[in-house]
Ligand binder design. Structure first.
Ligand code: IMP
Ligand code: MG
Length: 175
């Protein structure tokens, strides 16, 4: 795709594929015999989730949440509204939240509190990307794909005003 707004490539398709496979293997080992529930956060995480789930050899299930964060388009406020909740109860389940990117960490901190209050057997996070420089809350995902610099990332699910989710790599937005 030729586009002036697509800047430097941060993660190449083959790096994504390799890392997602490794994460899938790690999760398969850790959750052996436990039937985890993968909770995808719409919309950005679905690309990563779909690839990750096919690398998990253990039985697992999937559900989705849609949330919107109040704030500007490039910075989250941590005040989160649930637009679509999970279809089923997670009480007693081994829940693994699958996120596209952890930026300030505020959205994830809210989700951890919200889902944690529903009494899951366990609650962990698998995030494809993290921007550690931007973190505002102390939060370390159990599973992590890549650390990226403090740039606005697009592609492989990540959008800028709903565009660029279909790029097969992660790039920096040229602003
Ligand atoms: P946080 O609450 O600041 O951690 O923001 C998390 C959410 O903001 C992510 O789930 C993304 O949807 C969005 N986000 C944060 N950084 C980026 C980025 O670089 N590109 C695209 N979306 C981003
Ligand atoms: Mg998002």
């Amino acid at each position: 795709m030729r586009d002036d707004q697509i800047g430097e490539i941060l993660v190449q398709p083959d790096q994504l594929q390799r890392r997602v496979r490794e994460l899938g293997q790690e999760i398969s080992r850790d959750y052996e015999g436990r039937n985890p529930l993968l909770v995808g956060v719409l919309k950005g995480a679905i690309f990563f989730l779909a690839d990750l789930m096919r690398e998990i050899s253990a039985p697992c299930e999937v559900d989705f949440m849609a949330i919107s964060s109040y704030g500007s388009s490039t910075a989250s406020s941590g005040v989160v509204r649930i637009l679509k909740d999970l279809d089923a109860s997670i009480e007693g389940r081994d829940v693994l939240i699958v996120e596209d990117i952890v930026d300030s960490g505020l959205t994830l901190a809210y989700l951890m509190r919200n889902l944690g209050a529903r009494n899951p057997a366990s609650l962990e996070v698998c995030a494809l990307l993290t921007k550690p420089e931007r973190r505002k809350v102390d939060l370390a995902p159990r599973y992590l794909g890549f650390e990226i610099p403090d740039r606005f990332a697009i592609g492989y699910g990540l959008d800028h005003s709903e565009r660029y989710r279909n790029l097969p790599y992660v790039a920096a937005l040229e602003q």
